[in-house]
Write a protein that binds this ligand. Structure first.
Ligand code: NAD
Length: 433
């Protein structure tokens, strides 16, 4: 099948590459000319494990193409995915200008039947708005608009896309349903479902999923904070509740708050939608408030340890990305933590395997970037662990003690055993233990 993907970011590039991998002819369209140029030259512009191999294979075999020209990109496509940004607007609602602009551009280009798919995370009612824009110029026989929210996780995006738990497709058109089924069948051969529903329910499903996951995180963070005050160990509590099949093991890890390009903006957007409908969604407000506070917890622990004054102190930071295996730093807790440390007069030395270039755009030379995790703790008064990259899990503790000014660790991800680390001679504080 001929497929066009408009917007070649984390979602668009992964989707496009995986559709090509299953034999489709895919053209990815992006307005960022330098990004398109890089991709044409064989360079993958984001870090996502497993993507490069598929990208190389499919570009070399001529199934994956790139262009900045929307008309050229969609000319032969039967199906057009919109994987465009939907950032938070000033009032917290999702900004649909990217999606609606491309819909308008498409209305001036399309001459034969296309399935136009909203893959971006968009508020309930957006499929109807996209359809209305298209109808200003086009007859309804020339298109169907489908809502197909994406559930991939950055860091395991290729795996998630190739083997999705489920594919959600919102459409009332039988014709579009057939096209979507043909496209997705290779991805659900093990029997995971393609769940068809109406467009509004599909749009709501995505917000409900992300808001529920964010709720689990904020809930566990509050349980952890209470564990600290009660002398309980949140790790044990997590295992104790996670083995209950009604609850499940995943998404129960406390930490320094959720970040990334999705949870913060999607929870906020759903709260805004509720407000517009005069529904007071109290849980969502609490989830956001708890998360804002949780992002401050590690830096507050550090400040307390040094009696509120970090002048002359140097703090090493391990991990900057909002989670491991990505270079994405959007809404990353590390940004809040570093800003607060700098405000209190600390010097910061940071290391992340993939995200340092992105963080340089934010802090420039206000912090020092290190070549590896040990450089980042040379001569520091404390280490803050912010992202749980695998390489931080079993470090050389003896070496750490030798090179740190003080053997002091604030672990925002609970990656070490409390007693073992203290027995090694470290001051060690973590979350909820
Ligand atoms: P992104 O910012 O990484 O990528 C968006 C791309 O769209 C950029 O490359 C940008 O240059 C391009 N673009 C902007 N305007 C354009 C235009 N007019 N024509 C062509 N290209 C244009 O965004 P993302 O993280 O891939 O997210 C895209 C959507 O998918 C969002 O709605 C997001 O909420 C949703 N989503 C993201 C994830 C995730 O993990 N990142 C997961 C599920 C859903």
């Amino acid at each position: 099948m001929k497929v066009a993907v408009v917007g070649t970011g984390y979602v668009g590039l992964v989707s496009g590459t995986c559709f090509a991998e299953s034999g489709n002819q895919v053209t990815c369209v992006d307005i960022d000319a330098s990004k398109v140029e890089k991709m044409k030259n064989g360079y993958v512009p984001i870090y996502e494990p497993g993507l490069e191999i598929l990208f190389d294979r499919n570009t070399k075999q001529g199934r994956l193409h790139f262009t900045t020209d929307l008309a050229e990109g969609v000319k032969d496509a039967k199906i057009i995915f919109l994987a465009l940004p939907t950032p938070p607007g000033a009032d917290g609602s999702a900004d649909l200008s990217f999606v609606l602009k491309v819909a308008k551009d498409l209305s001036e280009i399309i001459t034969d039947y296309k399935v136009i798919v909203d893959k971006s995370t968009v508020p309930v009612g957006t499929a109807e708005r996209v359809e209305a824009v298209l109808l200003e110029k086009l007859d309804h026989s020339l298109f169907d608009v489908v809502s197909n929210p994406e559930f991939l996780r950055e860091g395991v995006a290729v795996e998630d896309f190739m083997k999705p738990d489920r594919v959600v497709v919102g459409t009332s058109s039988e014709k579009a349903k057939k096209v979507m089924t043909a496209l997705y069948e290779p991805f659900v051969r093990q029997g995971n479902p393609i769940i068809f529903m109406d467009e509004r329910s599909a749009e709501m499903t995505k917000y409900a999923a992300n808001s529920y996951l964010a709720t689990r995180i904020s809930f566990m963070n509050e349980i952890a904070n209470l564990c600290e005050r009660l002398g309980a160990d949140v790790d044990m509590v997590r295992k104790g509740i996670g083995s209950d099949s009604r609850i499940g093991k995943r998404f129960l890890f406390p930490g320094v708050g959720y970040g990334g390009s999705c949870f913060p903006k999607d929870v906020q957007a759903l709260a805004k939608t509720s407000q517009e409908k005069e529904y007071d969604f109290k849980i969502l407000k609490a989830v956001m408030h708890v998360n804002d506070l949780q992002k401050e917890i590690l830096s507050t622990k550090i400040m307390k340890y040094f009696d509120g004054d970090l002048t002359g102190k140097t703090i090493g930071v391990w991990g900057l990305a909002f989670k491991p295996n990505t270079d994405d730093i959007r809404e990353a807790p590390a940004l809040t933590i570093i800003s607060r440390l700098l405000n209190k007069g600390a010097k910061v030395k940071a290391y992340d395997p993939e995200a340092m270039e992105n963080v340089k755009q934010v802090f420039g030379n206000k912090i020092e970037f290190s070549a590896n995790e040990y450089d980042a703790i040379q001569g520091v008064d404390a280490l803050a662990i912010v992202t749980e990259w695998n390489e931080f899990r079993t470090p050389d503790f003896d070496k750490m003690k030798q090179i740190m000014n003080q053997p002091t660790i604030f672990d925002g991800r609970n990656i070490y055993d409390v007693q073992v680390t203290r027995d090694l001679g470290f001051y060690y504080d973590s979350i909820g233990r």
